[in-house]
Write a protein that binds this ligand. Structure first.
Ligand SMILES: NC(=O)c1ccc[n+]([C@@H]2O[C@H](COP(=O)([O-])OP(=O)(O)OC[C@H]3O[C@@H](n4cnc5c(N)ncnc54)[C@H](OP(=O)(O)O)[C@@H]3O)[C@@H](O)[C@H]2O)c1
Length: 317
């Protein structure tokens, strides 16, 4: 079957490590695994990290990429795949599809049956294919970890990314005051259209915020610390621009800030997010939808940093 996979690693030019071609049909490591026919998937920065060799070792190559997907289960039901799978031997006890087990950028993917969630009525296949990784991460950052409450405000750094656009859209849908930074004027305009106040990176905010959504890292972390209100929560799920920022500890203890790490979310949180989007008519921010035959172009688009929202792959085209 056709698939997009890492055939090598290239830290400087991850696109050079991407191959598209034939891969064997999925196998089932356990009796409770099933094969899903993929209808749509979406790209995440995680896929570029994998091509750079972050989180994978060369003995795992070739590895089919992709974390997100919606498809059809063996009984013909439309399902959303929860991408975190039990993984004995991994120190976390789990892994994300494409780390130990082949991912979703293929005609078919194998997953434990318990990882299948019904596609809610009112949510399109394309929209749902955006939710299981970056949108789930943003949902958990705002709710479970950030504990964003009535009347509170949120700052989202680097608002063009998948997690960041999700946090802006969800923050607005939850009724919060949302501020978001982007280096790019056109992206700042798009952020305003989503209902947030757009700012240049490092700009002074009209108020200190209760929750900061951090996925950029070194380039924005000092601004995140300065922008947080007393008792504020800075929730970190990524470090696209460097994972070793300088941290002013005086500010952390004087303002009693919480710096909280998080990764993905639980199946219950994904169920909540699917229901929230379906019931509240919230649509993921989609940068582009491309057929599987153009998946290399889709990777190049994500790598260019010009995306605003999710890049979706249509596996039926
Ligand atoms: N832990 C998890 O569960 C989880 C899940 C999903 C993603 N992640 C991680 O979260 C991070 C974000 O991923 P993503 O796919 O949402 O988006 P992304 O494509 O990595 O982009 C994030 C944003 O970072 C900003 N940025 C990039 N380089 C920058 C720089 N040098 N200076 C300032 N800003 C910069 C850009 O914002 P502007 O262009 O708007 O300024 C960009 O839109 C990644 O590191 C990813 O691995 C983690």
């Amino acid at each position: 079957m056709r698939a997009a996979y890492a055939s090598s690693f290239d830290a400087d030019n991850p696109l050079a490590a991407l191959s598209v071609g034939d891969r064997p049909e999925p196998t089932h490591p356990d009796d409770d695994w099933v094969t899903v026919q993929v209808q749509a998937s979406s790209l995440n920065h995680h896929d570029l990290w994998s091509l750079r060799g972050v989180g994978l070792s060369s003995d795992q190559l070739p590895m089919t990429l992709g974390c997100d997907a919606v498809g059809t289960d063996p009984d013909g039901n439309e399902v959303v795949i929860y991408p975190v799978v039990p993984t004995p031997g991994d120190p976390r006890g789990v892994s994300i599809l494409s780390e130990h087990f082949p991912g979703t950028f293929a005609e078919r993917v194998a997953v434990p049956r318990m990882n299948l969630l019904p596609l809610p009525t009112g949510l399109s296949v394309t929209d749902a294919a955006c939710l299981p990784t970056s949108w789930l991460t943003a949902w958990r950052m705002l709710t479970t970890k950030g504990r964003v409450d009535e009347g509170e405000s949120v700052l989202v750094q680097g608002a063009g990314g998948g997690v960041a656009t999700a946090a802006v859209a969800l923050g607005v849908a939850l009724g919060k005051r949302v501020y978001a930074t982007s280096r790019d004027a056109a992206k700042r305009e798009r952020i305003t259209e989503l209902g947030a106040t757009a700012l240049e990176p490092g700009a002074r905010l009209p108020e200190r915020v209760d929750v900061v959504i951090e996925t950029v890292g070194a380039a924005t972390f000092d601004h995140s610390l300065k922008s947080a209100a007393p008792m504020g929560r800075i929730v970190v799920s990524g470090a696209t621009a460097g994972h070793e920022p300088k941290v002013n500890l005086r500010r952390v203890f004087a303002m009693q800030l919480e710096i909280l790490g998080t990764s993905m979310g639980t199946p219950d949180e994904l169920t909540e997010l699917l229901a929230f989007c379906a019931e509240r008519d919230v649509h993921p921010v989609i940068d582009s939808v491309m057929p599987f035959s153009r998946i290399e172009e889709a990777f190049a688009r994500l790598h260019s940093g010009e995306v605003f929202g999710k890049v979706v792959i249509d596996h039926t085209a």
